[in-house]
Design a protein around this ligand. Structure first.
Ligand SMILES: C[S@@+](CC[C@H](N)C(=O)[O-])C[C@H]1O[C@@H](n2cnc3c(N)ncnc32)[C@H](O)[C@@H]1O
Length: 310
């Protein structure tokens, strides 16, 4: 239970220290059913003070000035009453150790999606040092650019094309690429699925498409209401975009090329069925850190991209 009065009611009475504010806010968030109350309190207070979370631990006894407390109070209010995600309140989220800018226009990248990056890297062999070995990679539905940037950061021998149907999302992805000094490594293209890249062929296609069943809308965490609809929901009980990519992507993959798809744990069987129906072979299921089947990779028959792991 939150002990003492809320910080706003006691502003005139005495000053609050870092530790006191953290304790009060943690209890307040817990009462409101927020899943990670202490972590959220720390992230928001660090943001309001313009310091790292680590610094808070070194400054537990430091008093907080009124101006700082006022901006923290507003963050706490938005988190607890409107359930705005912490990532959007601080405008950042770390993914694959990259500090990414996020906003309401993009899905905040999730830890599960690092499984997709790892699976894609696993199916991409080390290129040979010669310039001819450059691999062409497509990140379909790039959002914040998380997957494209992580792959480009890991592999200097790939060229990445990142697409999205949302121009606002692409703009955030471009800002991230610029801030990370990778603007020259990634080509951005707007459009609906493969229409964004007409006539191109790729060695590897990676996608974390929208895959939430709209019928589940009422039971979703309130934080999801702050994320773009087109990043979350797909028709056909959430399988529409996954099935579409499986059906269409042969026309954009080199023979022997690899497709890596993120999906919900209970969609793995339907995704495998769609990939097999589209002629893919060598299907592999990759589990996330919680052990859930989260990513499927598969290979298009043919010899063209034989360099890619089968
Ligand atoms: C689940 S989010 C993934 C964002 C990012 N790749 C990530 O993993 O954090 C899906 C993304 O696909 C985009 N998208 C949805 N429908 C699309 C379509 N028909 N064509 C291209 N992109 C689409 C959305 O705008 C959103 O950015």
């Amino acid at each position: 239970m939150a002990t003492g009065n809320p910080p706003e009611q006691t502003a005139a009475r005495r000053s609050w220290t870092v530790l006191e504010l953290l304790r009060w806010t943690t209890a307040h968030f817990a009462e409101r059913g927020i899943e990670s109350p202490r972590l959220d309190a720390e992230c928001l207070l660090a943001h309001a003070l313009g310091v790292s979370r680590m610094r808070l631990y070194l400054d537990f006894d430091k008093p907080i000035h009124e101006a700082e407390r006022a901006s923290f109070r507003e963050l706490v209010r938005q988190r607890s009453t409107q359930r705005v995600p912490v990532s959007q309140l601080v405008g950042r989220r770390e993914f694959w150790s990259l500090p990414l800018r996020v906003s309401r226009d993009v899905l905040t990248p999730r830890p599960e999606t690092e499984t997709l990056v790892a699976a894609a890297l696993e199916r991409m062999p080390r290129g040979d040092a010669s310039a001819a070995a450059v691999l062409e990679v497509l990140d379909l539905g790039t959002g914040s650019g998380a997957i494209a940037l992580a792959l480009a950061r890991e592999r200097k021998d790939i060229r990445v094309t990142a697409t999205d149907v949302s121009a606002a999302a692409l703009s955030i992805a471009q800002q991230n690429a610029e801030e990370l000094g990778m603007l020259d490594r990634i080509t951005f293209a707007a459009g609906d699925a493969f229409a964004a890249v007409p006539g191109l062929r790729f060695d590897l296609i990676v996608s974390n498409p929208p895959y939430v069943d709209p019928a589940q809308r009422a039971s979703l965490p309130p934080e999801l209401a702050h994320e773009p609809e087109c990043a979350l929901f797909a028709d056909d009980a959430g399988l529409g975009m996954l099935r579409r990519i499986a059906r269409e992507c042969a026309g954009w993959l080199q023979p022997g090329g690899v497709l890596a798809l993120e999906h919900a744990a209970d969609q793995a069987a339907a995704v495998a069925e769609s990939l097999e129906a589209a002629g893919f072979t060598g299907l592999a299921l990759h589990r996330d850190l919680s052990g859930n089947p989260r990513v499927t990779t598969a290979r298009l028959p043919g010899a063209g991209s034989a360099a890619l792991g089968g």
